[in-house]
Design a protein. Sequence first.
Length: 517
Amino acid sequence: MPYKFLEARSGDLVPVWIDNSGKEYPLHSMMDPRKEAKRLIDTVQNEGFLVFLGLGGGFFPEAALEREDIGMVIVIDCNSDDINQLLSIRDYSHLIDNPRFRLFLEPSREYLEDAIIKIYQPVFYGGIRVIPLRPRTSLDSEFFAIAADAVGKAIVRVSADYSVQAHFGKRWFSNILNNVKNSYSLKHNLPSARRIAVCGAGPSLSIQINQLKTRRDEIFLIATDTSLPCLLNDNIIPDAIISIDAQNISYHHFMSGLPEECLLFLDLLSPPLLASLSKNHIFFSGGHPLTRYISGYDIDFFELDTSGGNVVFAAISLAEELGAEEIELYGADFSYPNGITYAKGAYIYSYFESRQNRFSPLETQASSLLYRTQLTKKYHPDGSWYYETATLSFYRERLEEKNMKAKLIPAEGLGAKINHKDTFAEPQSGMAQRTQRKEPEKNSFDAELFLNRYKAGLEKLVSSEKNASEFMTSLDDDGRNVLTTMLPLAAALKKHHPEWGFQELFKKTIDYCIRKI
């Protein structure tokens, strides 16, 4: 028996680990484990989401749940036989029955990271803190080190997403509502192609452009919005263009022109101005929970995986949606080869030219763009070099991890090498020529009906509980879906009003949504 229980001086039962030599290791204070736990939890200030490594006697999570400002308590442990022994001797039901408590037993690294990402909502819980039960973690140090690393990676991803939500949340919500009235379903009218090329605006495009020209008649070409002026500069007209940016500066990508025969694919959170540029615009649902809610309302709205955080990733997802078996990739450097940020013809150069003067020439502005964040210089075997940033490395790694239905063929370039692990099935037949598309038929989306339904769903979200976790647990599926649509907006409101607690933030966010509708 690895555990036995001893009575502390306070009268509480403390689990004690017994090693093979018979040596005993108490997991808590043998004087007063509850006082020890309270002293630790009293150090928690703005963290409303706590992750404990090791269950032990449960004194730490118990003390945490006594505080109503702590919204969620996670416990991670391993060895189910040992846990079953603990549960058979001490009563943990007051923990397990609490809606703010979760126990993860022997989770894999991937499962744990994904679970934390799904559960942790900074806008409602505030900060997050990992607290190890040292006597317990020392007994299975390798497992708990992996668990701590998984939680740390989840925190990084959630924090990055939250930072973006806090910055763009209001703009996203406004753009989506304004676009809804101009939306229509086109899923069954999408073009299809087996061989597709995706074009980014990395510096390598300048040396790949001739290769792309020779392949033009054999492929369906999807241009990212950033690459459109680069292609037009070389008299290449794409079949489709995709844009996912919510900022109005996206308009600059189209100032060189937008060929009317091109399909323009827009995320529903794009600036409404972009949709007015083309009669052939098609909205899709990206990663915003409100756009996903809309696609659930109208099943003809197609969804694209935009989780890579950049438009090249979204364009590859679009190529898969159109039935691609092979996707050629141009201008995707995910780095700055030789210190150059964009390919020739990109809007940034004409933008800098329009703003330059004697004190701020084009070169100075380009350098400011390049050095605005920390750079890491890397070399190819041939001695050529490129700069990487943490963000660009993240974009590349997300693409390399993408589970694909098509074969990805990156063109040889100057930037960071893309090492994608093939997960596709080989085509059964030979080469497919570029597919001719039909003019899309517009099927009206009943925006008024949807907005009335959405407004009714918001009005039903009446919170009476004091705690965010208990409130979310009380919701049905539709209620949780509606609540989720509000989270990016709530993050933006919280940024400007950090003093708002859950109740006030929740009410203000609903009021804002209804006013906008």
